[in-house]
Design a protein around this ligand. Structure first.
Ligand code: ADP
Ligand code: MG
Ligand code: ZN
Length: 715
């Protein structure tokens, strides 16, 4: 017990275990078989690496891809752990060298491809040494039900019997029970305990935006993620090439990745990405499996994924280091239609149906108006009971006061009913909008009483209203055809005076940046440390994240350690890394401190801030481009409280960024001017007088912000 905790700190440099790691390790060390199911980035490797260090003999690790094995061995070598790989990609002298290391008990871990396992020399070797642990990584490859079945994995069953004194541990991120059963059966695990970790990746920020102008939306998002690594997933190769061309033309560092490129070019582009020499990979779904890069900071879905499994797997490639990563999905109905079109090409009816059910779940997620983790996590069979995750767009946008949308709902229901409950949302909305499209005229629907009665809202607003009605289960949507039907509850709204509350916002959020809350660290120092990391990586021919993770650099840029002891407290710095890199990084930090006189960037401890100083903290956060809603969320207070602090700030003749203030209100310029005129003539003492004058046109929130703007202009 003490031993494994000590190894965690001294070798890996971590202070605590991630969920289930300790339980799994204890089990394996006791030589009992285990099946470990953890999401990508959950920390599966540690589960067998620590036991390998405890065992006297050898641990072998079977892994499907040479690039993954190489990566793991490099990481371990950097930690001072003796690990080697034996596979066909090695030069003969390298092979002989590694072979000899295992033979003479100098290696604790041996990485192997399953197909090498039954080669004569390897079989001889495994018998010649004491084999204590057999690890099967990416164990879903053994199942035909998994997404990347590999023939060679089937041979692994024989192994368990041959080396019965070794413990066997299988690891995967695949959640389906059928695959899990397959693994246990095929690997012949003995009384294996199954460890299933939660699939909630708390550090992924989930966001969906309507796909209006995808190129500008993407460019805007990328501008908010300068110098960061990320992946953009597209539906087709053509889209990948086009986006790559257009983004690189306006100065973004991108490379394409898809099955249409030659093997050489694909591998080269992946390497550039892994080594931080290219920021962004634009890819079809072909990209991801062979990559261990821990500092992927964002994933954009330029097109809608076909199902939640793919979506989850793709966003899962970001944020493995536990640092926040941003996942943006651009969603449009035409993408849904496009995928449906391809599904309809499938011959098999059952397959078609299942694909549509999966697509429907994906669309539901995109249209969901409450915490996005609910549909996502429950899809994987977990219950999700938290009410606000604080890490998705819906949770951090404060609910706009619910409007009474009963009349709109009634209109929508009538249109569904009158058109015979056989059309999709787009058509129903066209009828409400009084559109003269050919299909409507052909069906004679321009003669219906509901035709054109919805002109008070735009189509985008109607779409939003529809989604809410769907989410509230007043309407059902046919999986196969997308046609809408009324549920029984809709008649209560139509005939029994039941009210519906919701939103019908005129403006759709267009930018991601207002949702960002940056972690507090010194960005200038971080950038210098990052440069050094890249230099070192290049000279040693290893990926930068193998030298140090982003988390480690962020902590350095927060804590400003000034000696080896302080350095050792930073996450991810074990004894070996201090020896190898300690002096270099300490000297960068020292030089930076000397030059700038900054000695730490620790955020002030919140509870210790006196009330008097609070408004300064709030104002500074605001000026750093955090929205009022986001700050309120972060500090766990009401929006009004934040507004009050900003008011205090400008009253003391301090200045806020006027541009940011402007983006907090949605009022016509003209009304703003009129209100300012009012402030000038009547003073800013009483907002209720102004409110009376302008009535419904402005809210109190608007008035409060306008007053701040007014004072801000004067200061
Ligand atoms: P998986 O194989 O489950 O996708 P990895 O084993 O590659 O995940 O781990 C992902 C990242 O998390 C790695 O950078 C690893 O160093 C880090 N990590 C693992 N366990 C811990 C821990 N207990 N504390 C901090 N970081 C950890
Ligand atoms: Mg792994
Ligand atoms: Zn949420």
């Amino acid at each position: 017990m003490i031993e494994i905790r000590k190894k965690l700190k001294t070798i890996f440099g971590y202070d605590s275990f991630r969920p289930l790691q300790e339980e799994v390790i204890t089990k394996i060390v006791a030589k009992e078989d285990a099946l470990v199911i953890m999401p990508t980035g959950g920390g599966k490797s540690l589960c067998y690496q620590i036991p390998a260090l405890v065992f006297e003999g050898l641990t072998i690790v079977l892994s499907p891809l040479i690039s993954l094995m190489k990566d793991q061995v490099e990481q371990l070598t950097q930690l001072g752990v003796d690990a080697v790989v034996l596979n066909s990609s090695l030069l003969p002298e390298e092979y002989a060298h590694n072979f000899n290391k295992v033979k003479t008990n100098q290696a604790k871990l041996l990485y192997l491809a399953p197909e090498s396992l039954f080669k004569e020399d390897i079989q001889w070797l495994l018998k010649a040494v004491q084999l204590d642990c057999i690890t099967v990584d990416e164990a879903h490859c053994i199942s035909e039900w998994g997404h990347d079945f590999r023939k060679e994995y089937r041979m692994l069953g024989a192994l368990r019997e041959k080396f019965s004194s070794a413990v066997c541990v299988a690891l995967t991120a695949t959640a389906t029970p059928r695959v899990q059963d397959d693994i246990i059966k095929n690997l012949k695990l003995v009384n294996a305990k199954k460890f299933v970790a939660s699939f909630d990746r708390k550090n992924l920020f989930l966001q969906v935006m309507p796909k209006l102008d995808p190129f500008s939306q993407t460019a805007e998002f990328l501008n908010e993620h300068k110098n960061q690594s990320g992946i953009i997933y597209c539906f087709s190769r053509r889209q990948v090439d086009e986006l790559h061309e257009n983004l690189s033309r306006i100065g973004f560092s991108t490379k394409p990745y898809h099955a249409g490129l030659g093997d050489g070019e694909r591998a080269a582009n992946q390497d550039l990405f892994s080594n931080d020499k290219v920021d962004i990979i634009i890819a079809t779904i072909a990209f991801g499996m062979g990559i261990n890069k821990s500092n992927v900071r964002f994933v954009i879905h330029y097109d809608l994924p076909k199902n939640l499994e793919s979506y989850y797997q793709e966003i899962g490639r970001s944020g493995r280091d536990g640092v926040r990563a941003d996942c943006l999905l651009l969603f449009s109905n035409s993408d849904t239609a496009k995928i449906n079109y391809f599904i309809n090409q499938k011959e098999d009816a059952a397959e078609r149906h299942s694909a549509k059910v999966h697509l429907e779940a994906m669309v539901r997620y995109a249209e969901f108006d409450d915490c996005r983790r609910k549909p996502l996590i429950t899809y994987f069979g977990e219950t999700y009971s938290q009410s606000n995750c604080g890490m998705c767009d819906n949770c951090i946008t404060e609910a706009k006061e619910s409007e009474d949308i009963t009349v709109a709902a009634q209109k929508f229901f009538s249109a569904v009913k009158r058109t015979g409950e056989i059309f999709g949302a787009g058509y129903v909305i066209d009828v409400l909008a009084g559109s003269e499209n050919e299909k409507i005229l052909r069906n004679g629907h321009q003669k219906l009483s509901v035709y054109g009665v919805g002109k008070e809202y735009t189509k985008v607003q109607w779409k939003q209203i529809f989604t809410q009605l769907l989410n509230k289960k007043y309407i059902t949507r046919d999986v196969e055809f997308g046609s809408l039907k009324l549920a029984a509850s809709a008649s209560d709204v139509l005939f029994n005076n039941e009210k519906v509350f919701g939103r019908a916002e005129a403006k759709v959020r267009s930018s991601a940046k207002r949702l960002m809350i940056k972690e507090d660290y010194n960005e200038e120092l971080f950038e210098m440390l990052r440069q050094k990391r890249r230099q070192i990586a290049e000279s040693r021919n290893i990926p930068p994240y193998v030298v140090f993770s982003d988390r480690t650099l962020i902590e350095m840029a927060k804590e400003f350690p000034n000696d080896e002891f302080q350095l050792s407290k930073i996450s991810g710095i074990g004894e070996k890394k201090i020896k190898t890199y300690g002096a270099i990084f300490l000297s960068i930090i020292k030089r930076y401190s000397d030059r700038t006189n900054i000695t730490s960037n620790k955020p002030p401890v919140k509870t210790k801030i006196s009330g008097a100083k609070r408004y300064i903290e709030v104002a500074e956060a605001f000026n750093k481009n955090n929205s009022i809603a986001a700050i309120a969320q972060n500090m766990n207070v009401k929006k009004e409280t934040i507004i009050k602090h900003l008011y205090d700030y400008v009253q003391k003749k301090n200045k806020l960024n006027p541009q940011l203030l402007l983006s907090e209100i949605e009022l016509k310029k003209e009304i703003q001017e009129n209100i300012f005129a009012e402030f000038r003539s009547e003073g800013v003492g009483s907002l209720s007088v102004v409110k009376e004058k302008f009535g419904e046109e402005v809210t109190y929130d608007d008035l409060h912000i306008l007053r701040i703007m007014f004072l801000n202009n004067q200061s």
